[in-house]
Design a protein around this ligand. Structure first.
Ligand SMILES: Cc1cc2nc3c(=O)[nH]c(=O)nc-3n(C[C@H](O)[C@H](O)[C@H](O)COP(=O)(O)OP(=O)(O)OC[C@H]3O[C@@H](n4cnc5c(N)ncnc54)[C@H](O)[C@@H]3O)c2cc1C
Length: 400
């Protein structure tokens, strides 16, 4: 179910394993995805997919200073390439692997487990049966059971692809996080922080996006738009032409699904977003092959496994004990970050990016094995200033 990146990643694997797949999606899978997907270049290189990047930057920086003096304006240089997928290439490369698959343009409304099989009833009234249903209908799926752990923090962003009176970032530059607060009043500094994510697309076109990493309730798009304008105008930058606007909102710390349920999920529906960064596409590409392989194996060697048993096999691969532990650590980290005020957050990230590149990049990609992840978190604690250490333990704001 679905036709976003998660659905296409998993369906491509299942089709390649020769399974009999029926796809249900509210719209044609050829419809261009609405989001721009960014990723660190090393992640796509490891997968041999670097040709799917539409843009790539080597000049990658962040700003964690206060912006008030020459020192506070100095960037943190990442020395690590970042890219944006060419959405069409990524989408088409996945669709090509799904050759022969028939997409039913249907919206699923109800899922009923009948024992050996599961039945999906669609808005059209049509019913589809399968040995296993995989829900890849996104972060807000209502079919997947998960515990209610209280309010969920959301990442929110408002962005503009456009032309400007003067460049909002340097030529050929990618800015992961510009946290400089020098355009904010004292009162604004006490509000939940946001940062600028920005890049040069060439031909005098830039993408600028004001982003709130995670907040509950989320920051509104109108607040983020006003903050973006204030940030730009403080630097003498005005938007001359809007080519595209991006409105971003998705949950960051959605609880993990109940892994005993008889419907499997993948992608946003399976809480696969990295809780500390909001990234997911790299994880989809990395984690789909093992899931596809195990499902194909379970279906072929045990033809009598029912929906529930098959879903179990899937959940065990998708959320192995190790991945669950890592996810808990990341969620703990996010809860601490959310208690930081803007100056603490700047100090935290300045410290984080002082870690060796292989540590911070693999932390962000979620490719560190658990013992190594713990070690990197301890290293971070060790090199952090005292007030950040206190915040990392107690999660309380240490600002006056
Ligand atoms: C604006 C934005 C920018 C993002 N940027 C990045 C980024 O740079 N890098 C990154 O790694 N991640 C990013 N993310 C996070 C994450 O990767 C995306 O949210 C991603 O699109 C989630 O993929 P998905 O396939 O799980 O869900 P979706 O992309 O939401 O796709 C869900 C699909 O299911 C279909 N569907 C929904 N309900 C039903 C139903 N009942 N029946 C049938 N079909 C249904 C929908 O039509 C859609 O095709 C971003 C998210 C947003 C919102």
């Amino acid at each position: 179910m679905g036709a976003g990146p998660a659905a296409l990643c998993i369906v491509a694997e299942l089709v390649e394993h020769g399974l009999n797949v029926t796809a249900l999606a509210s719209h044609t899978p050829e419809k261009p995805w609405p989001n721009t997907y960014g990723i660190w270049a090393e992640e796509v290189e490891t997968l041999g997919l670097e040709s799917l990047l539409g843009h790539r930057w080597s000049n990658t920086v962040s700003f964690f200073g206060d912006g008030s003096d020459p020192n506070g304006k100095k960037p943190t240089i990442h020395n690590f390439d970042y890219g944006l997928f060419d959405q069409n290439s990524l989408q088409q490369s996945l669709l090509k692997r799904c050759q022969g698959l028939i997409w039913n343009l249907e919206t699923a409304e109800e899922i009923k487990v009948l024992g050996q099989e599961t039945e999906v009833t669609c808005k059209s009234g049509k019913k589809y049966k399968a040995r296993l249903v995989i829900d890849a209908s996104g972060h807000r799926s209502r079919f997947i059971r998960r515990p209610n752990n209280g309010p969920v923090a959301e990442q929110a962003a408002y962005g503009v692809v456009g032309r400007f009176n003067s460049p909002p970032v340097e030529k050929n530059q990618f800015v992961l996080m510009d946290f400089r607060p020098d355009h904010l009043s004292q009162q604004e500094k006490n509000e939940p922080p946001s940062f600028l994510y920005a890049m040069d697309f060439g031909d005098d076109i830039f993408f600028v996006e004001e982003t709130s990493l995670a907040c509950s309730p989320p920051l509104s798009w109108s607040t983020l738009r006003a903050r973006l304008q204030a940030r730009l105008s403080h630097r003498g930058v005005e938007i001359r032409e809007i080519i595209h606007e991006e409105h971003c909102l998705f949950p960051m710390n959605l609880p993990l699904p109940d892994r005993t349920q008889p419907v499997l999920a993948f992608g946003g529906a399976a809480s696969m977003v990295h809780p500390a960064s909001g990234y997911m596409v790299g994880a989809l590409l990395r984690r789909a092959p093992a899931l596809g392989e195990q499902l194909a194996l379970a279906m072929s060697i045990k033809p009598n496994l029912d929906s529930s048993a098959l879903a179990q096999k899937g959940w065990e691969v998708l959320w192995s004990k190790e991945l669950v532990q890592r996810h808990r650590l990341y969620q703990f980290g996010l809860s601490r970050l959310m208690s930081f005020k803007e100056d603490e957050l700047r100090d935290f990230f300045a410290t984080f990016f002082r870690l060796p590149t292989k540590d911070w990049s693999r932390f962000l990609a979620n490719t560190l094995p658990l013992p190594k992840l713990i070690l990197v978190m301890l290293k971070l604690f060790w090199i952090a200033p005292w007030k950040i250490r206190r915040g990392m333990i107690f999660g309380i704001s240490t600002s006056k």
